[in-house]
Design a protein around this ligand. Structure first.
Ligand code: PLP
Length: 396
């Protein structure tokens, strides 16, 4: 074959989420946008906070235009990284160091770079199911094998026994995502402590490092004041993959970072490998204007009150109708039990009522659908009768 078969496959078949999102656009053109209830994609529905645009305008009108649009250091502008490290230390007292921060094009790039930096072909990367489906693409691209570990069936929290059983001499990393996409679950401090004890014991047993990768695009989206413990404060061999996509509604601008835990024994080498992976993948010098902008907005968030309202409305209405849902503690997704074992068949029935819900199979946890509630409240209000009809379909 004159092209990479693997890449051809990835390019020809987009993710289930993207497929539904594209279907939604076609369907909206056919029957009108207000008649399609698209809950497929995690695209923030609230604008970036004012400070983001104000900073951009100020930088564009007052900044040095050459520097503003020029290359920064491959790993990101040092002053930007210092501001990010300062903000992390103010909030978590984590000893974060600017020279262990690598600016990226969002969490997707952070994960791709991190996995390429720490794994070698044959290594295994554990993920907790249900998980963000792109993890499989990122891990396999690095030559590693993705190993899903089920979470607890009663509450979707970590199942430490299952994690322990899945670790072997090939295990190189575990990815956790809290608050979680698609369940909204937040890992409590006690569980993180137990997880870090387990990983430390396994590192000793197998004589090599097991990295804990905290994928954190939803860190700031928390609904009932739960603490989202800062992973590097609990486990030395950790990396944080952060993104500004959801916290400040900038998903299309592609900006985030990787933080290497300052307490990691070989932090310098891991950081150098991250620089190497960024170089090999062409992920150098994240967009300069965005770097300078987020440095001024590290503590800002979008107005999350709409997500909060949407969450409450959906929880109340879906429960009233009779659906079984997991009350999410964070992020803007609701995980709902499908009304038949085959979530794809349930998705198709939902489609008949113009409800676009993501079947959970690609998240490694069949039998559910994910509802992204980062939409307008009006869309939810209009969709409730459709959810009712779908439920009635299954009572016949
Ligand atoms: N990780 C998770 C769990 C996500 O849900 C997403 C996006 O939805 C990403 C990573 C990628 O985010 P980014 O836009 O920062 O690349």
């Amino acid at each position: 074959m004159d092209i990479s078969e693997k890449m051809l496959g990835l390019g020809k078949k987009s993710s289930v989420i993207r497929e539904i999102f594209e279907y939604s656009k076609r369907r909206k053109a056919e029957i009108g946008a207000e008649n399609v209830y698209d809950f497929s994609i995690g695209n923030p529905s609230v604008p970036a906070p004012g400070i983001v645009n104000e900073t951009m305008i100020r930088l564009l009108s007052e900044g040095d235009p050459v520097q503003l649009h020029g290359y920064t250091a491959a790993s990101g502008d040092p002053a930007v990284r210092q501001k990010i490290a300062d903000a992390i230390n103010r909030e978590f007292n984590a000893g974060a160091r600017w020279d262990l921060i690598y600016m990226t094009c969002g969490a997707a790039a952070s994960l791709t770079i991190s996995l390429a930096a720490i794994t070698e072909p044959g290594n295994e990367v554990l993920v907790i199911a249900p998980f963000f489906p792109e993890y499989r693409v990122f891990a396999e691209h690095a030559g590693a094998k993705l190993v899903p570990v089920p979470s607890r069936t009663d509450n979707f929290q970590l199942d430490l026994g299952a994690i322990e059983k899945s670790i072997n001499e090939n295990t190189k990393a575990l990815i956790i995502n809290s608050p979680n996409n698609p369940t909204g679950v937040i890992i409590p401090k006690e569980d993180l402590i137990r997880l870090s004890e387990l990983l430390s014991a396994k590192e000793k047993e197998y004589g090599h490092v097991i990295y804990l990768i905290a994928d954190e695009p939803y860190r700031k989206l928390v609904w009932n004041g739960e603490e989202v413990p800062y992973v590097p404060n609990y486990y030395a061999d950790s990396l944080v993959c952060y993104s500004f996509s959801k916290a400040v509604s900038l998903p299309g601008e592609r900006i985030g970072y990787i933080l290497v835990s300052p307490t990691m024994k070989n932090a310098g080498d891991v950081y150098a490998a991250i620089c190497g992976a960024g170089r090999a993948l062409g992920f150098v010098c994240a967009p300069s204007l965005l770097q300078f902008t987020v440095a001024e907005c590290v503590d800002a968030t979008s107005d999350f009150s709409i997500y909060r309202k949407n969450r409450e409305l959906l929880l109340r209405e879906l429960t009233r109708i009779g659906y079984e849902v997991i009350p999410p503690d964070g992020a803007f997704y609701l995980f709902m039990k499908a009304l038949e074992p085959d979530a794809n068949a349930f998705y198709e029935r939902g489609k008949e009522h113009e409800l676009l819900l993501v079947p959970s199979d690609s998240f490694g946890c069949p039998g559910y659908v994910r509802i992204a509630y980062c939409v307008t409240t009006e869309q939810i209000e209009r969709a409730i009768p459709a959810f009712e009809k779908l439920y009635e379909d299954y009572q016949k």
